[in-house]
Design a protein around this ligand. Structure first.
Ligand code: 9MR
Length: 452
């Protein structure tokens, strides 16, 4: 792709050349190379950015080098619904506007998580019906507010425990303890109803430890299989991938996970990558250490580009000057840019991997329309599904072989039919309020119905 050097890029290139690290690729961006390959590469906007307390280089690099963004803390439950049913979207809106102005995709993080839940929710501990309505109202409101603007949500985050024999996280989770595991299924159904076009992910850490029997990754794959069989609208898994320099087998474990999810028709995204050195080691690190870090980053990028069902490569921070690794973990120096905003060897390694995988050979899991605005217009024209219920007869239009799934108000599957054309009888569904999802290829429509 040909591009003219913008003023900001010239300034940026100048800042990259100097003492310490320097990049051999100062005039090229990993964003452009990823985009040509139908992929997204991104990083967070740190909380300091939202508070206007970050160096100007941060945003300059951020909007030049990345094409997907996620808020470090500002779209979490405690930030968006600090008091019951009183929503605060100010900081999230700031990010969405920034993303729109600079052509970045937005990931929403996170809807149902045991951590960073507003404190008022614990007033309802153990009250199943109330917690279901609290979570539903939160998802309806937050996803509804950013409908069409947030491309993908981490619907459920970190719901699997850290046991050797993995299972659901059953303690210290207000959602699990009060509702049971059906909070996960319900969360996906509600999120899909609020924005049928958004991609919906299950996101967790330690998935990079491999698919051994009873592992977290194997447990997640089993759940994804169940969700797909039951028509629960999951489209992606996020592997956070907070690792250490010694974790050399993890890229190939991520490859194996991608392949397992490909069989289920689900995308795998790397959502929070960082590759840290032991805390306190920063002063002793030399060229070999940074080369080793770069090698691991490159292996992740190689896997990412070679697996056709991987879409986003997101790093949990831009600069070592602002990283949760130093603040909250026994780790340090895990990101692509050093504390002076100089690109580290890891940056060049990612660039080299992108260049070694020509665009013609990299498959994208996304429709062409995501990267090509003209195609967006023409696909919008063809996305005209509609449905209408009379008695128990659901008439459909705009599809020739649709899949119909009916969920009760708690998100449990109540009816399912495939290859529907014209109409379908909702046999055996008792009276009440339901959500119907109609799908044909990439087109999908959700609608509430009442069976009387
Ligand atoms: O980077 C986030 C940090 O600022 C917060 O204090 C912390 C609180 O839980 O969350 C960090 O982000 C986490 C993310 O939301 C989920 N996966 C682990 C991330 C690092 O802790």
């Amino acid at each position: 792709m040909k591009h003219t050097l913008s003023f900001s890029r010239i300034v940026l290139s100048a800042t990259l050349i100097g003492a310490g690290f320097s990049s051999a690729f100062a005039d090229e961006t990993i964003r452009d190379l990823a985009k040509e390959r139908g992929r997204f590469i991104g990083t967070i906007l740190n909380s300091e950015w939202f508070n206007d307390a970050i160096e100007p280089e941060f945003e300059e690099i951020h909007k030049t080098q990345f094409n997907v963004v996620v808020a470090e803390n500002e779209m979490k439950f405690d930030a968006t619904e600090p008091s019951e049913n009183k929503f605060n979207y100010t900081k999230g809106d700031k990010m969405v506007e920034y993303a729109q102005a600079n052509g970045l995709r937005v990931r929403g993080h996170a809807l149902a998580w045991h951590s960073q839940v507003a404190s008022w929710v614990s007033n309802y501990s153990g009250q199943k019906e109330k917690l279901l309505s609290v979570l539903k109202n939160h998802i309806d409101s937050v996803v509804g507010h950013w409908k069409g603007k947030v491309a993908e949500w981490d619907v459920v985050n970190e719901a699997v425990n850290d046991e050797y024999d993995a299972g659901w996280r059953s303690t210290n989770s207000v959602w699990y303890e009060g509702i049971g595991p059906e909070f996960l299924d319900s969360a996906f159904v509600w999120a899909h109803a609020a924005d049928p076009d958004a991609e919906l992910c299950y996101n967790d850490y330690s998935l990079e430890w491999g698919l051994r029997e009873k592992s977290k990754a194997s447990f997640v794959v089993e759940q994804v299989k169940r969700w797909k069989e039951n028509g629960i609208p999951i489209t992606c898994v996020g592997t956070q991938t907070h690792i250490e320099i010694s974790h050399e087998t993890t890229p190939q474990n991520v490859r194996a996970l991608a392949k397992a999810l490909a069989e289920l028709g689900v995308t795998l995204n790397i959502t929070e990558l960082d590759i840290g050195f032991p805390k306190g080691s920063a002063d002793q690190l030399g060229a070999d250490d940074y080369a080793k870090q770069g090698h691991l980053y490159r292996q992740f990028m190689d896997v990412f580009l070679e697996e056709p069902n991987m879409g986003e490569f997101v790093i949990w921070g831009l600069t070592d000057a602002h990283s949760w690794l130093d603040d909250q973990q026994g780790k340090t120096q895990g990101l692509l840019y050093d504390k002076q905003y100089k690109p580290k060897p890891a940056f060049d390694s990612i660039m080299v991997s992108l260049k070694a995988h020509p665009a013609s050979e990299v498959k994208s899991p996304y429709p062409e329309s995501l990267f090509n605005p003209e195609a967006i217009k023409s696909s919008a024209k063809s996305t005209k599904l509609s449905m209408n219920l009379v008695g128990r007869t659901l008439s459909i239009a705009g599809a020739t072989a649709a899949r119909i799934d009916v969920f009760d108000i708690q998100g449990r599957p109540a009816f399912s039919a495939r290859n529907v054309k014209g109409s379908v009888e909702l046999q055996g569904v008792s009276k009440g309020l339901y959500v119907v999802r109609m799908q044909e290829g990439p087109k999908s429509l959700m609608q509430k119905i009442t069976i009387k």
